[in-house]
Design a protein around this ligand. Sequence first.
Ligand code: CP
Length: 345
Amino acid sequence: MSNTTLRGRDFITWLDFSRDEIEAMLDTAHDLKKKFIRREPHKVLDGQTLHMMFYNSSLRTRNSFEAGMTQMGGHAHFLQPGAVYTPALKGDEVAYSTERISDVARVLAEMGDAIAIRIYGKPTGWEYGKGDRIIREFAKWSKVPVINMEDDIYHPCQALADVMTMQEKLGSNLQGKKFVMSWAYSGSVAKPLAVPQSAVLSAAMMGMDVTLAHPEGLDLDPRILQATKDLAKKNGGAFTITHDNMDKTFQDAHVVYPKAWTSQPTDGGAWDEAKAKAIFEANKDWICTQDKMELTNDAYYMHCLPADRDMEVTDEVIDGPNSIIIEEAANRLHAQKGMMALIMA
Ligand code: CP
């Protein structure tokens, strides 16, 4: 890595960072994980405070940030809109129940060392991009780093944990390994695009051979697809988009990541839930089964969780020998510690 420090930087999307900078976070994450396993103290954020604002539910994200801050000698505050005054964009306020983000961000920044936010879907009225705009508004006003704990475009912390997990399983150099991000059926259409979008971006940055597969009508944001294509070219990887199903795309795969995401306009149009439901119900056969796993190059099965069992994936696969979902979830802790140690310390 160059001598450039990452201290003070926001972590909103991988697109704001060079490959060297992301690899520095990953290296730090691997180092801190070794210390965690050996029970060696690593209080590199001694006395620091992370303010966490969750507009949505969470198991993994909340607990990995809280545990991570404790292990590094700091503390994480859990803040829930509604329990505090709901931080809102100018123009969105409802008298007395909300507080302008410019004020919330400046106040929290005086009391702590970073602000982390999760917001997508229902709290934004499913207006694609609004969650990301809200996080960037926090970043505009905060003098301490702002961390994206998942918005409607990006889930950069999940991507960091996913790449860290793949490095543990396949080696630190992921160049040329086949990574399949496939849509999978779910009974719920309330599924943001953030995970698949961050997954293809991050795999392309690592030089992987990336395949994105989904039924028609489930396209990701064209700006993300272009950025993925550019990253693949720059890093010697490949990027293919297809409507082929798992029977075809799983061939020769080293990693498969079957997951539902909704059908949503990414150009400002309104979300049509009924249209999304119709597409989902027409594609119930997009489920990851053991038969499909047999077609791969003994691939690892990944999922960010929570998974919709018997819809996205069978129990046989998700609980099977090639499933690395628990390591992946556990690495949320270590990956975020690596990132926070560099931007906050
Ligand atoms: N993968 C993930 O972000 O999990 P949570 O929704 O539980 O935080």
